[in-house]
Design a protein around this ligand. Structure first.
Ligand code: AP5
Length: 211
């Protein structure tokens, strides 16, 4: 089996965009803790109600809540996964190894990019409410405004993609990423890609890392 693949990077660095291509072209399963949490909010569950304010403010949900949700939604015996959005701090890096990945082999890839490029990417992101395709009003606009090119469903904007919340999310990232990188560097599992390149170039680099 391929190694489990852990995508690390700031909000808007392109993790979700590349994950969807890695799934369709290289056959990974994709698990995004942000998506799992948003589903909980949409369903109105107790967990969703508890985390909504935290996510709307751009802060991190507590480690154990996210770990439990992650663990309940992946089965590593079936296939290699892409972990997107977890880990986000040093403690989560250890938990991912000890509780989820265990003896399976894994690689982490850091999407390196100047954080100043990301606010524009995030505030212009739109996502298909049907198939989840990710658009950008500046760099990948849909052919018809507000409508998904692939499935015709309406496009939505994430609640945390407003200027104020984006600032907080980028600040939280700056404060928490270093121990995560150190964890994977010290165990010889860290690769880096230049995430400021066009999506096709980023994908080529990822492909080379996963082969
Ligand atoms: P989450 O859903 O994980 O969001 P995030 O980390 O902020 O990352 P994004 O999804 O915003 O960015 P992305 O890198 O996937 O970018 P994308 O490919 O869409 O987390 C949301 C919240 O959930 C957190 O704030 C927290 O509250 C909570 N949470 C989640 N996990 C947690 C955890 N482990 N612990 C605690 N709390 C947790 O691209 C962005 C835009 O850029 C798109 O419009 C796209 O078209 C465009 N784009 C992509 N690539 C390129 C490119 N190469 N060139 C130009 N434009 C590009």
């Amino acid at each position: 089996m391929k190694p489990q693949l852990i995508l690390l990077g700031a909000p808007g660095s392109g993790k979700g965009t590349q994950a969807s291509r890695l799934v369709s072209e290289l056959g990974y399963n994709h698990i995004s803790t942000g998506e799992l949490l948003r589903k909980e909010i949409k369903s109105g569950s107790e967990l969703g109600q508890r985390v909504q304010g935290i996510m709307d403010a751009g802060k991190l949900v507590d480690d154990n809540t996210v770990l439990e949700l992650l663990n309940a939604n992946c089965d590593l015996s079936s296939n290699a996964y892409i972990f997107d959005g977890f880990p986000r701090n040093g403690e989560q890096s250890k938990l991912l190894d000890e509780v989820v990945i265990k003896e399976a082999s894994s690689k982490a890839v850091y999407f390196e990019i100047d954080l100043d490029m990301l606010a524009a990417r995030l505030t212009n992101r739109r996502t298909c409410s049907g198939c989840g395709e990710i658009y950008n009003l500046l760099s990948k606009a849909p052919k018809t405004e507000g409508v998904c090119d692939l499935c015709g469903s309406s496009l939505t904007q994430r609640k945390d993609d407003n200027e104020e919340t984006v600032k907080t999310r980028l600040q939280v990232f700056k404060e928490t990423i270093e121990p995560v990188l150190a964890h994977y560097e010290s165990t010889g599992r860290l690769a880096r890609v230049d995430a400021s390149q066009a999506p096709d170039e980023v994908f080529k680099a990822l492909r080379a890392i996963t082969e």
